[in-house]
Design a protein around this ligand. Structure first.
Ligand SMILES: *Cc1c(COP(=O)(O)O)cnc(C)c1O
Length: 420
């Protein structure tokens, strides 16, 4: 459920007509609803309420805007980060270092050092050597790094290939069959508290089956490690729950997920760590755009909008679907293609789609754009970096400025030897 609804025929974000945002900020612009973010956080927490010990780390790569993080920090969420920059963001949003989980297959030594320095709560190791480097570095700093080992459970998450992470050929984690030997070699090293296991098999999951299969393998591994004398007090179950990009396709609910986790983990006696991203922020955002032209096409007309693949990359990158709706629909429908102004055929949001009738100058939104939207934006084709707005009841605020091409040009240099 979200708080983007039509009132008197006009799309509102909470109590704000989105036309007011277009007028004040221009388009394209991302709009987030604070009430929706809070609702999703609360639904997720409620789904885990029966589990004895839990920790929720929002995967901030899904939406790293500082204001969004602030809302989630107030809900008690920590952060799952994948770079030093994301550590800085989590801290800037007021999240506690001990509530930060550091994931990522290529943490640099500088990033590991930064993480140790600020005292983050958990390093998710992706390979044995990373654990050895971390231990030595922490020991040298007079610290002990809290860490878990990310394993690759070799299950097919059944999602898009580019967001599948838990098959043996993917770059993430160590093969589950090697985990025990790595534990034997790494644990007991000074500077390292290797205390558990992590897994994350993919994103936009629509089937709990592969997740359950992965978790069962993790449960077996926990038993095996304990039998070998290792103490295990944490298991990080990752993120990955899907969201309904198409209204008619309904993913498993957080409650159903929570019930599955409860059933599978009931004897584990660990703190369960969660890393939800998309499911928290996806439906809490829309991308507001204005129609520039409706261009006749050979089969269907092209609705050319002022948002493009540089603002919302998912359709070009993953063939992803985003529902498109007119801000002031007439009730009539047409079949059209929707594309942006960027000079790439891939800059297409939809083909042969039945949509609200729109004409040049009309406003529309791409729905479910709160996750992996603004964060992937670029300035390709020398377009401005897309701004972000947050709505809270009757009020709204710009939470990320539109960065004009002039500001980007100002950061470029022509060397002396090229001046005439
Ligand atoms: C991306 C990612 C997540 C979040 O995935 P969602 O599908 O957005 O929930 C969680 N954990 C790790 C390690 C990730 O890379």
């Amino acid at each position: 459920m979200d708080h983007f609804d039509y009132r008197d025929g006009l799309l509102h974000a909470e109590n704000v007509p989105v036309t007011a945002i277009a007028e004040a900020v221009g388009t394209p612009v991302y709009i987030y609803s604070r009430a929706t973010l809070e609702r999703h956080a609360q639904v997720f927490k409620a789904a885990l309420a029966k589990l004895p010990r839990t920790h929720i780390a929002f995967a901030i790569k899904a939406n790293p805007n500082i204001a969004v993080l602030k809302v989630l920090a107030k809900q008690g969420f920590g952060a799952d980060v994948v770079s030093g920059g994301e550590i800085a963001r989590a801290l800037a949003a007021g999240m506690k270092a001990e509530d930060i989980v550091f994931s990522g297959v290529g943490k640099t030594r500088a990033e590991l050092h930064y993480g140790l320095d600020v005292g983050i709560g958990q390093f998710n190791l992706e390979l044995e050597e990373e654990g050895a480097v971390l231990a030595e570095m922490a020991h040298g700093m007079g610290k002990t790094a809290s860490a878990v080992l990310r394993v690759n459970p070799d299950v097919d998450a059944g999602t898009h290939a580019k967001i599948s992470t838990g098959k043996s050929e993917n770059k993430f984690g160590v093969p589950i069959s090697e985990a025990r030997a790595i534990f034997d070699r790494l644990s007991g090293q000074p500077g390292l508290n290797l205390r558990g296991i992590a897994c994350h098999i993919g994103s936009q999951l629509f089937d709990l089956g592969p997740l359950e299969a992965a978790y069962r393998r993790i449960g077996d591994l926990v038993a095996e490690l304990r039998a070998a004398g290792h103490s295990i007090d944490r298991v990080d179950l990752g993120g990955g729950l899907g969201v309904p990009y198409e209204r008619a396709k309904v993913p498993p609910s957080p409650a159903e997920y929570g019930e599955m986790v409860e059933r599978v983990t009931k004897d584990w006696d660990v703190t369960l760590m969660f890393e939800p991203g998309r499911v928290i922020v996806g439906n809490a955002g829309v991308l507001l755009t204005r129609v520039i032209w409706v261009k006749p096409g050979v089969v269907h007309p092209y609705v050319i909008v002022d948002a493009a693949m540089n603002d919302l990359a998912r359709p070009a990158m993953y063939d992803a679907w985003h529902d498109f709706e007119a801000v002031a629909p007439t009730g009539e429908k047409m079949v059209a293609n929707i594309a942006g102004p960027v000079c790439e055929t891939g800059d297409t949001f939809a083909m042969n789609r039945s949509i609200d009738v729109v004409k040049a100058g009309d406003l529309g939104v791409f729905r479910t754009a709160g996750a992996y939207g603004a964060t992937m934006a670029s300035t390709y084709n020398s377009r401005a970096l897309v701004p972000e707005v947050m709505v809270d009841g009757d009020k709204f605020a710009v939470v990320a400025d539109r960065i004009a091409p002039e500001a980007i040009i100002a950061a470029e240099r022509v060397p002396d030897w090229l001046q005439d």
